[in-house]
Design a protein around this ligand. Structure first.
Ligand SMILES: [Ca+2]
Length: 283
């Protein structure tokens, strides 16, 4: 979703947070039970919680990113990035050149909508909106709008496993949508060591797992979409992009996966930089 730092009536609205660094929230689960395990030949205790690994990472490349892009959805397809940007009056769908950040094609979203997550299914780009309970469907090549669809509640992040769309809505639930009809077919609750994880935001399907960044934190969780269980933590607190001159900066929100090149891209709202990452267990 959303982002920002203006805490207005009802919670979060979308603004910017100046030069802030990320809010640090405690990791839950990782390492908590390390002491409970013993390589002493005993049978594992089926009732003991599993260790949830923290995934190591490094930056292998940086690219420019439009510091005016309030990134809400990001994906990579056929050599270029597709991005959904938010805020009323600034929302858009755009195709951008990875290497330069140049906007190759763009369509503006009407001012009454705050655009959110973005996914590609076949030759259709599907874009959520935050609180207007309506999504848009575009033709991949022309960006012509070819449909709309409705849903209940809020729209935050969106990705696909190839047959279904997977959607976050700010709660600990992920929704599954039929990729053709865009109707909901089911939900799971995401839990991290038994604790529901709220504020799941931008999503990306990578190698059978859903990666979701947790709003207002530099943390990404790896989720098993069959069970909803968190299977890894990726804490990107060492990514500290400098704001562009005279520009604000906001929180991490943008995960894209190049399935052919095995490249992972990360950026954030109003970040002037997009990072190519190497992550333990991913690429
Ligand atoms: Ca994504």
């Amino acid at each position: 979703m959303a982002g920002g730092w203006w805490l207005v009536a009802g919670g979060k609205n979308h603004g910017t947070i100046g030069q802030m660094r990320f809010l640090r929230l405690p990791l839950i689960g990782a390492g908590v039970v390390a002491g409970a395990l013993c390589a002493c030949g005993a049978q594992p205790d089926a009732s003991a919680p599993a260790i949830i690994p923290s995934l190591d990472y490094s930056v292998v490349h940086t690219y420019p990113h439009d510091p005016d892009a309030f990134t809400q959805g990001l994906l990579f397809h056929d050599g270029v990035l597709y991005e959904s940007t938010g805020r009323n009056g600034f929302s858009s769908l755009r195709r951008t050149k990875l290497e330069t950040g140049e906007v190759l094609q763009k369509v503006d979203v009407p001012e009454m909508y705050f655009a959110e997550g973005l996914a590609l299914t076949g030759s259709r780009l599907v874009q959520l909106t935050w609180q207007t309970q309506m999504g848009f469907v575009y033709d991949l090549a022309t960006f012509g709008k070819i449909g709309t669809f409705d849903y209940q509640g809020e729209g935050w992040g969106l990705t696909t496993d190839g047959t279904r769309l997977i959607m976050s809505d700010g709660t600990p639930e992920l929704r599954f949508l039929d990729a053709q009809t865009l109707k909901e077919t089911g939900r799971i609750t995401v839990k991290d060591d038994g604790v529901p994880v709220k504020d799941l935001n931008e999503l990306e399907m990578i190698g059978g797992a859903v990666f979701a960044n947790v709003w207002m934190t530099p943390r990404i969780v790896r989720i098993d979409p069959k069970t909803g269980l968190v299977t890894g933590h990726l804490d990107l607190d060492r990514l500290t992009p400098n704001a562009a001159p005279g520009k604000p900066i906001d929180v991490l929100n943008g995960i894209a996966w190049d399935a052919q090149g095995k490249r992972l891209f990360i950026t954030g709202k109003l970040w002037p930089t997009l990072y190519e990452m190497k992550v333990e267990g991913v690429n």
